[in-house]
Design a binder for this molecule. Structure first.
Ligand code: UGA
Length: 439
């Protein structure tokens, strides 16, 4: 099949590269000529494990192309995917659809022969139908259908998620379009991946409901963690004890400093707005938005408390600033709330992150940067583990304790066990567990 992918952002690029690996002929289109030139040189503009190798193999095989020429890419395609951004509109939290509609209009002008226009971008309920309406209004003669095909890729594990999905959701009201989609995802039939065929609206809502549910799960375990701290329970045990119930499931029950990233914060807000507007408010989703915002601020207070009530004049080392490991993405990362707050309170903050420094430097002026995990510990009064990168999981805690001025470890991802930190000589504070003193 011939595929055109409009937009080479995170979703567009991963999806385009993975479809080419399925054996389809893929042309990725972007208006940014510099980015297209970069992609044509084989350079990957985002950090996603495995993407560079997959891109190189498929470019070499002649199945993957990058261009700014939307018209010829669309003309030749059986399916045109829209994978452009839908940022939160400033002020009101609604998804901003100008890029989606802009792409739809350009596609309409270029359509030639039967084509399925597929929305990959996360869009509010009703958008697919509106895209179809706009295309038909502009090109009443066009032979095309619209399909909603939401993505469920996690940054850092996106290729695995694409190649081995739990399910593929296809919203469409046309048998012909469904057939094209089935053909595109045929390689997954070997793994018996369920394809969930729905209406346009249901597919749109599945995406938001999935992200909101996961966000609620995280918000819930974070509140339970706070409760554990107050009643002397251990959240790791509680999460395990509830997660083994098949109805609950153990995934997304890791307490932490609050969720971040380009999806949960934006999608929960957008769903809450849509639901309000549709007269069926989602109070649970509204609550988790507030709970998560408050959580990031609360983490700064937790660090201050671990430092004895004040961080003024103290040196704080920070491990990890990205919103999660295996990404360079800083969007809505808890670090963006926590680190500036510590600086405001008079702390001297030095951070290390395997991928986040470039953006972190821009977004958090005043933070100093180190070249490795041990460098941030030098003469520090507290060490804060904020993102659970693999390289932070087996640090030499005794060496760290020896390097620090005051041996305080605040582990906001529960990477270490209280007794091992205590044995290494660290005063240890984590999430939803009793703090431990050096033993
Ligand atoms: C999320 C979803 O997991 C994907 O299925 C979806 O496709 C994607 O959004 C999207 O809409 O595009 P992503 O934002 O890449 O993926 O990251 P997650 O791995 O879901 O993590 C999100 C945040 O939740 C991170 O800040 C992470 O640290 C936090 N988290 C996750 C927890 O605090 N606890 C957990 O148990 C799990």
């Amino acid at each position: 099949m011939r595929v055109a992918m409009i937009g080479t952002g995170y979703v567009g690029l991963v999806t385009g590269v993975c479809f080419s690996d399925f054996g389809h002929e893929v042309t990725c289109v972007d208006i940014d000529a510099d980015k297209v030139a970069m992609l044509n040189r084989g350079e990957v503009p985002i950090f996603e494990p495995g993407l560079d190798a997959l891109m190189a193999t498929n470019t070499e095989a002649g199945r993957l192309h990058f261009t700014t020429d939307l018209t010829s890419a669309v003309k030749n395609a059986d399916a045109v995917f829209i994978g452009v951004g839908t940022p939160s509109r400033r002020g009101d939290g609604y998804a901003d659809l100008q890029f989606v509609y802009g792409a739809a209009e350009q596609i309409a002008d270029a359509l030639d022969g039967y084509t399925v226009v597929v929305l990959k971008s996360t869009v509010p309920v009703g958008t697919n139908r509106e895209v179809l309406r706009r295309i038909k209004a502009r090109r009443p003669d066009a032979e095309c259908d619209v399909a909603s095909n939401p993505e469920f890729l996690r940054e850092g594990a996106a290729i695995e998620d694409f190649m081995r999905p739990d399910r593929v959701v296809v919203g469409s009201e046309s048998d012909r379009a469904r057939e094209v989609m089935r053909e595109l995802y045929r390689p997954l039939s070997l793994r018996e991946t369920p394809i969930v065929n729905t209406t346009l609206e249901s597919a749109e809502l599945i995406k938001y409901a999935a992200n909101a549910f996961l966000a609620i799960k995280i918000g819930f375990i974070n509140e339970v963690a706070d409760l554990c701290e107050n009643v002397g329970a251990d959240v790791q045990d509680v999460a395990k004890g509830i997660g083994l119930d098949g109805r609950i499931g153990s995934k997304f029950l890791h307490p932490g400093p609050g969720y971040g990233g380009s999806c949960f914060p934006k999608d929960t807000l957008a769903l809450a707005r849509t639901a309000e507007e549709a007269g069926a408010p989602t109070r649970l989703v509204e609550a988790v938005v507030q709970i998560n915002d408050a959580r990031k601020r609360k983490m700064a207070t937790k660090i201050v408390d671990a430092c004895g009530g004040s961080v003024s004049g103290k040196r704080i080392g920070v491990l990890g600033v990205t919103f999660k490991p295996n990404t360079d993405d800083m969007r809505d990362s808890p670090s963006l709330v926590i680190l500036p707050r510590l600086l405001d309170l008079g702390a001297e903050v030095t951070a290390y992150d395997p991928q986040g420094r470039r953006e972190g430097e821009e977004m958090m002026p005043g933070v100093k940067w180190a070249d490795g995990p041990y460098d941030v510990c030098q003469e520090a009064d507290a060490l804060v583990l904020l993102t659970e990168w693999n390289e932070f999981r087996a640090l030499d805690l005794r060496r760290i304790a020896d390097m620090m001025r005051t041996s305080v470890l605040v582990d906001l991802r529960n990477v270490y066990r209280p007794h091992e930190a205590a044995r290494a000589g660290l005063a240890y504070t984590s999430i939803g567990r009793k703090p431990s003193a050096p033993s």
